[in-house]
Write a protein that binds this ligand. Structure first.
Ligand SMILES: [Zn+2]
Ligand SMILES: [Zn+2]
Length: 134
């Protein structure tokens, strides 16, 4: 699968037994619809997050779904702290720019013991270290 932002091939990483697609060049993350469910765990968490999604008009550049190649919708999450995500209209998945997945987890308080955040941090600090060692 190619990154919807820079069109580079993404790599598959495993996070909490969930496979996520990660772009080395821009740090973005693609989650298939099912992968997001797995990552969030309980149905209640999922419900809370999905209920906080709001379709908005945004000046941000439209991005294309890496699966169906159609333009994705802009979705806003959160009220005080806002994050704008790209979501496939056919529900293939959601695109998170660098840092947005962490923000969403924090806003939704979805990650009780910060397990996912910790995993993300570990995973990305490894990657950053590798890519900084030129
Ligand atoms: Zn990219
Ligand atoms: Zn799609």
């Amino acid at each position: 699968m190619n990154c919807p932002v820079c069109k580079e091939a993404m790599i598959v990483l495993e996070l909490n037994d969930v496979e996520i697609d990660y772009c080395y060049s821009c740090g973005g993350i693609w989650l298939d619809a099912g992968e997001l469910d797995l990552l969030l765990g309980s149905a209640q968490n999922r419900e809370n997050l999905l209920n906080s999604f709001e379709k908005i008009k945004s000046k941000e550049k439209k991005r294309k779904c890496p699966i169906c190649n159609k333009k994705m919708a802009k979705i806003q999450v959160g009220t005080d702290e806002k994050v704008i995500l790209d979501k496939c209209k056919k529900n293939h998945g959601i695109w998170f720019d660098l840092g947005e997945l962490e923000q969403v987890l924090r806003i939704g308080q979805l990650d009780d013991n910060s397990n996912i955040l910790k995993l993300l941090e570990d995973m990305f600090s490894n990657i950053v270290n590798i890519s900084k060692n030129e």
